[in-house]
Design a protein around this ligand. Structure first.
Ligand code: NAP
Length: 305
């Protein structure tokens, strides 16, 4: 495969960065992959896992002479990092991020990027509930979407090359306005995570009352919630703090619908419940048809209950 960037720097070496590193190694997209993370433990582990060629002790050394810099840290950490590395970036380099929220990242990072360095924000819609350098794998982005939200004055060549890079990692790429991205993701990811966190919290409270019955006899529906609710607390705290407006908008709509269904249950309105569930079942079908999930029952995990 063609080398797209001579030197790539991964800042933050968790699930997303380690998956990028493994995928780059597999496809030969970069000549050198440099890594930096805040703890020495993560840096050493990343080097021993082999998804980076070099690690550096300082973030300034990591970005020096780099052609592509990827910010792969929690959204709340990006501003401080951009401030430190901004003056050290090479003229003509591209800097991107993989943050789950886009507008606030643009607001926080863009002011620190010097003229002549191309900032192209991005978000791969791929992940698991696991985190850290050991959790990555090369196929994480395969057939998943990566959304790029370039700024109005963005260098076309830089954004086209980054698109090519994500495609080489296995992703399908779509361009979007940052604000629109944040609304779409509030519906498809952020609000569902908050609902899962809440449901597991409620069940845990109840578990204390019923001597852990909720945990011991948890059925597939609840187990799926617990998988989502096991996601990294720092990452998700930062998502909600940085996508506040869109998440609150969707949660408002969610609450209205929930009250409506609650009323249907109270009134014994089976038709309303049936029609609603019939409509939502079709959504699952369309996700499978789009190749974004498996058709196998219970996500291919065997028995359902
Ligand atoms: P992760 O596995 O928890 O890893 C985060 C990494 O960032 C760790 O290596 C951590 O370092 C490092 N870090 C944190 N603060 C730092 C700082 N101030 N300076 C340098 N390094 C720092 O996280 P992830 O899942 O890869 O997520 C990274 C980004 O991708 C987030 O912005 C998230 O919103 C986005 N994202 C996540 C998913 C997902 O499903 N997980 C999907 C798409 C996008 P140490 O280990 O050294 O402490």
């Amino acid at each position: 495969m063609t080398v797209l960037y001579d030197k790539v720097t991964l800042i933050g070496l968790g699930l997303i960065a380690s998956s990028m590193g493994h995928a780059m190694k597999k496809s030969g997209l970069a000549n050198t992959i440099v890594g930096f993370s805040q703890t020495k433990e993560t840096r050493d582990m990343s080097l021993s896992l082999g998804f980076v060629d070099e690690i550096t002790d300082t973030i300034e050394d990591a970005v020096s002479d780099s052609d592509l810099i990827v910010l792969s840290v929690p959204v709340g950490a990006m501003a401080a990092i951009a401030k430190i590395i901004g003056p050290k970036l090479k003229l003509g380099a591209t800097i991107t991020d993989v943050g789950s929220v886009k507008q606030s990242v643009i607001d926080m990072v863009a002011p620190h990027i010097p003229n002549g360095v191309h900032f192209v924000p991005g978000h791969p819609l791929a992940g698991t509930e696991q985190s850290g350098p050991t959790s990555g794998f090369p196929d994480l982005f395969k057939n998943r979407w990566c959304i790029l939200t370039p700024l109005k004055n963005c260098n076309k060549e830089a954004s086209a090359r980054l698109k090519q890079y994500w495609e080489a990692l296995g992703a399908n790429v779509e361009y979007m306005e940052a604000e629109h991205h944040d609304l779409v993701l509030a519906v498809t990811s952020h609000a569902p995570h908050l609902i899962a966190y809440t449901m597991v919290g409620v069940a845990d409270d109840l578990g204390r009352v019923t001597d852990k019955e909720v945990i011991n006899f948890s059925a597939a529906g609840f187990r799926d919630f617990t998988r989502i609710a096991a996601s990294d607390p720092t990452m998700w705290r930062d998502v909600f703090l940085n996508n506040r407006e869109a998440t609150l908008e969707i949660l408002g709509r969610f609450t209205e619908e929930l009250f409506d269904l609650q009323r249907a249950i109270r009134r014994g309105d089976g038709d309303q419940l049936f029609e609603y569930f019939n409509r939502t079942r079709a959504i699952r079908r369309s996700i499978i048809d789009a190749g974004q999930d498996t058709e196998a029952a219970n996500f291919g995990r065997g028995s359902v209950e």
